[in-house]
Structures are given as structure tokens and as C-alpha cells.
Design a protein around this ligand. Structure first.
Ligand SMILES: [Zn+2]
Length: 277
């Protein structure tokens, strides 16, 4: 017998041309048969709607009347355009307004959520967290009763997220990860890949990876005196990196360099980075 009004959080991988090694973007359906919301809308292609509507009917959920976008990137936001028949209210963080409007154009009706807001759906309550890093207006969603965190692209199941200009900021990102460590979490729903069942271990892995990378960048700048972000990225990654993601790797390197410049340990002249002191 099916439980009545059961509150559900369903991960829905929808196909998207996203970054190697991932081939899907996760959307999440939250709610019950009377009321549901969608978190992230995937890529703007018909499969998005087909997969979502099948999942809604398989799990006996209401058609979502609200869509919360974690961020504006092309594999997360523009799928809204496939879902206009639902007449949804579309939410993002105010800092993500311009990039989201650009991503979902000609849709131009946005509502906003801020850090500390709560969002009620079905019998459940969702806490909204402003979690900048991957983008400046990135939203995370936390469901305290289930101890579940939906982390968008701040966490991916395999490897690490790319963090870089113009949208991303490494100082923000490390602060966000440290803040997320303070939540009571049983599992993390990432932007790409399966549920993360060892949340603290995974966040620590990402934090350590970023700190190790920073140390490596400083060592390479000591050794080579002056490097561009391209030559630095080649020295860091050449043997391991899939060619299709070299550019996001370079931008992640650049995000580290921007952090080190702000902290006064690296300087930039033209396109050449060097260590200070
Ligand atoms: Zn993204």
C-alpha cells in the first residue's frame, strides 16, 4: 500500500552535454502528490521534459509549480524553456539574476530567494543557503528533517567542480565548503553524478584538493619564476587532463592565482604570474 502524502526527494539525472566524465545533469523533485518543486531544470532539449514528466508520474508527484535554479549555467537553467506548460514560478538568488535571465531568455519572469529563507513544499521545509563559489549567486538547498543537502555544482560526485572567473571565486568557494561542513548531513545530492553518501569525507577531499593545488602552484612559481596561467595549467595537469576540459582547468588555476594575488603572495604583470617575496 502506498503511503499517503509521503514526502519525497528524487534525484533525476537528465541527459546533458556537460563536462567529462559526466553525461547528465541532476534535477531534483521534492514534495508529494499534492505539491512538488523542481530544483534545476537541466539543458534546453526535449529529453529534459520527457525524463522529468516520466519521473513525476512514476513517483506519483504533483506537477511542480516552482522551479529553484541553483545557478545559471547552460546545463542547469535553460531547461526551464521546456517546462513552460507547467506555468512555474522560477527562483534564483538575486546575485544570479542577470546570468539567469540570459540563460533562460526569452523567459523573463524571475523570483528571488536569499540566504536564510525557508521554502515550504508538501509537508516538508527547505532551507535556502547562499553558497557562492562555483558562481556568485549559487544556491544550495538543505532539508533538515532528512539531513539532505542539494549542493548544485559546488559538489560533483566524481572528482572536483571547476571554479573560475568570470562566475566563480576561490575564496568564496573555500568559505562555502567550510560552512557546509557545519551542517548535519546524511547525504549530498550533487549537480552531477550519484548521491554522495560520505558527505564530510567528500567535502574534505575537495577542500584538501584545492589546498594541495594552491601549494603546488606556489611551488611551481618558485621553481619557474614567471608563468602564464596556460603554462602553469600544463605543468599541473598535462598528463592527467582530458583535453575537452583544459579551459575549465585553466580557469580553476586562474581562480587560485586571483586568490593568491588578493592575499599578497603572488603578483601579475601582463600575463605573467610570479611569487612575491
Ligand atoms: Zn555549473
Amino acid at each position: 500500500m502506498q503511503k499517503k502524502n509521503e514526502f519525497k526527494i528524487i534525484r533525476v539525472p537528465v541527459p546533458s552535454p556537460t563536462l567529462y566524465p559526466h553525461t547528465n545533469t541532476n534535477c531534483y523533485l521534492i514534495g508529494n502528490e499534492h505539491e512538488a518543486i523542481l530544483v534545476d531544470a537541466g539543458y534546453n532539449q526535449p529529453e529534459t521534459r520527457i525524463v522529468l514528466e516520466k519521473t513525476i508520474s512514476d513517483h506519483n508527484l504533483a506537477v511542480p509549480k516552482s522551479i529553484i535554479l541553483t545557478h545559471a549555467h547552460p546545463d542547469h537553467a535553460p531547461g526551464v524553456l521546456q517546462l513552460q506548460d507547467w506555468s512555474p514560478t522560477v527562483y534564483c538568488h538575486p546575485a544570479e539574476k542577470e546570468t539567469t535571465l540570459a540563460a533562460i531568455s526569452p523567459w523573463n519572469n524571475l523570483s528571488f530567494l536569499n540566504d536564510g529563507d525557508t521554502f515550504k513544499v508538501g509537508d516538508g521545509e527547505i532551507q535556502i543557503i547562499h553558497a557562492p563559489g562555483h558562481t556568485s549567486g549559487h544556491l544550495n538547498l538543505y532539508i533538515p528533517t532528512e539531513q539532505i543537502l542539494l549542493a548544485g555544482d559546488n559538489i560533483v560526485a566524481e572528482g572536483t567542480s571547476w571554479i573560475g572567473p568570470p562566475d566563480g571565486d576561490m575564496i568564496d568557494y573555500l568559505n562555502t565548503l567550510n560552512r557546509l561542513m557545519g551542517l548535519k548531513i546524511k547525504k549530498i545530492g550533487p549537480g552531477h553524478g550519484g548521491w554522495v553518501l560520505k558527505p564530510y569525507q567528500h567535502i574534505e577531499f575537495v577542500l584538501n584538493r584545492r589546498l594541495e593545488r594552491e601549494k603546488q602552484i606556489k611551488e611551481l612559481l618558485h621553481e619557474h619564476e614567471q608563468l602564464t596561467s596556460i603554462s602553469l595549467t600544463k605543468l599541473i595537469y598535462d598528463r592527467y587532463i582530458h583535453p575537452s576540459i583544459f579551459e575549465v582547468a585553466r580557469r580553476t588555476t586562474e581562480a587560485h592565482l586571483i586568490k593568491l594575488i588578493k592575499e599578497g603572495s603572488v603578483s601579475l604583470q601582463g600575463t605573467l604570474y610570479s611569487i612575491q617575496g
